[in-house]
Design a protein around this ligand. Structure first.
Ligand SMILES: [Zn+2]
Ligand SMILES: [Zn+2]
Length: 446
């Protein structure tokens, strides 16, 4: 009977009833894999191999872990070694086609499927440096042979974001068009599209179906995903330094005085902003990343309704929304916060002395959970809130940060004066239509 009453919808739709378009999980995972390639480290030490980022996804489609090549170990190998007890039937998203060493480990670990971008493979130095193509071809055939004899599927994955996805994201948080275009151009030219490589990609991957028409489509898809990425990155790049709200004698993570950790914190904050785009909260996306002392990501989460719940199963209205037909039930009791998801879905038991990087201040429900698990450092993507209004309160976190005896160490991302940062971007900004004309040129050349 409930059905009958709710079907007579109010005359004007409140915003929370909108069913938003958001980035699909697969596309997000591939974006994160590529993002992880840039994780700042002290020692890379992987020889001539291209750097690789990788994402491990459980059979139930939950993101389990992310890593990248560092300290002498390739990204895929690191991921598999760290999560050796949890690999069966997993999917692995890798930024590049893996080398034979990584493929060997993938095959042995019984993962189900491996996806990679159609950009230069991990072993691309063999092509760039080889006098002839033999070394590169040999490595390619070793990799393909390993995949062939195993039951693992390997697929080239071309990420894309529908225009509706980017439009919805943009309608929730506006970013300057000029900045977005400049950022997109940068991403295309430096991360995704290499003219010289893409011409030989058909033969090198191997990717038989990849003809001129498909090449044009891949370019378009890359443009769409980089436009979406540009939106998210600009949202996250409100500053590039942190201020300590509290300090301690010895700190496990210090993005204020340690420059490497500052850059790492920025990197994780961007990752958290990417995760936040998967929210199904109609108003506010929140992303959280938990990182241990070795800078391994041990937990990832965004805020949302219970996994696999369908649209409309739970109330979606916020405090500000008026009650509809006498119903005052609000979303707060049903949304699992990003911090709660990151803690629950974490990939290792002990996270004592880990650091939480989160786009928003933890609320009164989350703060005791964070502290109970031994997290003593929190990096915020905003100025610490101290609000007490509404159904969500932010009183405990600031109290515990202010605690004289045993404070939670807290850092805030510092907002940069807009003019400075924007100006830097302006210098490299694109003239209107430049991307479009570059694209036309590219496809008339051949
Ligand atoms: Zn490798
Ligand atoms: Zn919370």
């Amino acid at each position: 009977m409930e059905e009958a009453t709710t079907s007579s919808t109010p005359s004007k739709n409140p915003s929370y009833s909108d069913r938003d378009f958001r980035i699909s999980k697969e596309n997000l995972f591939m974006v994160i894999a590529k993002h992880m390639e840039e994780f700042p480290v002290k020692r890379l030490d992987i020889g001539k191999y291209e750097r690789v980022g990788a994402v491990l996804v459980l059979p139930n489609d939950m993101i389990h872990a992310v890593d990248c090549s560092r300290n002498g170990v390739h990204g895929v190998a690191r991921l598999l070694m760290a999560h050796q007890d949890n690999l069966k039937d997993c999917k692995v998203f890798v930024s590049r086609k893996p080398c034979s060493l990584c493929t060997k480990l993938l095959v042995q670990s019984k993962v189900k499927r491996v996806f990679y971008l159609p950009i230069e493979p991990e072993y691309d130095y063999l092509r760039r440096e080889g006098k002839n193509d033999d070394d590169f071809a040999d490595e390619t055939s070793r990799v393909d042979e390993l995949f062939k004899v195993s039951s693992i599927g390997q697929s080239v994955f071309v990420p894309r974001a529908g225009q509706d996805v980017t439009d919805v994201a943009e309608s929730k948080a506006k970013t300057p068009k000029k900045d977005r275009e400049a950022k997109q151009k940068y991403l295309m030219e430096n991360k995704y599209w290499n003219d010289e490589w893409i011409k030989v990609a058909q033969l090198k991957l191997p990717w038989r179906a990849f003809d001129d028409n498909m090449r044009a489509q891949v370019y378009k898809d890359f443009e769409s995903i980089t436009e979406w990425m540009a939106h998210v990155l600009i949202k996250s790049e409100i500053g590039d330094s942190f201020e300590a709200v509290t300090r301690k004698e010895s700190m496990s993570f210090d993005p204020c005085s340690n420059d490497l950790e500052r850059r790492q914190a920025i990197h994780f904050m961007k990752l958290a902003f990417f995760l936040a785009e998967r929210t199904d909260d109609p108003r506010k996306g929140v992303g959280a990343v938990i990182v241990n002392n070795c800078k391994d990501v041990v937990g990832l989460g965004w805020n949302g309704f219970p996994t696999k719940s369908l649209y409309g199963e739970f109330p979606r209205a916020a405090d500000k929304d008026p009650p509809v037909e006498g119903r005052v039930d609000k979303k707060y009791s049903y949304i699992i916060h990003a911090e709660q998801n990151a803690l629950l879905m974490r990939n290792t038991k002990n996270i004592v002395d880990s650091t939480l990087i989160v786009t928003m201040t933890p609320c009164d429900d989350c703060t005791p959970l964070i502290e109970m698990q031994g997290i003593k450092t929190v990096v915020l993507g905003e100025k610490m809130r101290r609000d007490t209004r509404g159904l969500m309160n932010f009183t405990k976190f600031p109290q515990w940060v202010d605690d004289k005896d045993d404070p939670i160490v807290c850092f805030e991302l510092q907002k940069q004066p807009q003019s400075q940062e924007r100006k830097a971007d302006d210098d490299s900004s694109v003239k209107k239509g430049e991307i479009e004309s570059a694209r036309k040129q590219l496809f008339t050349k051949t």
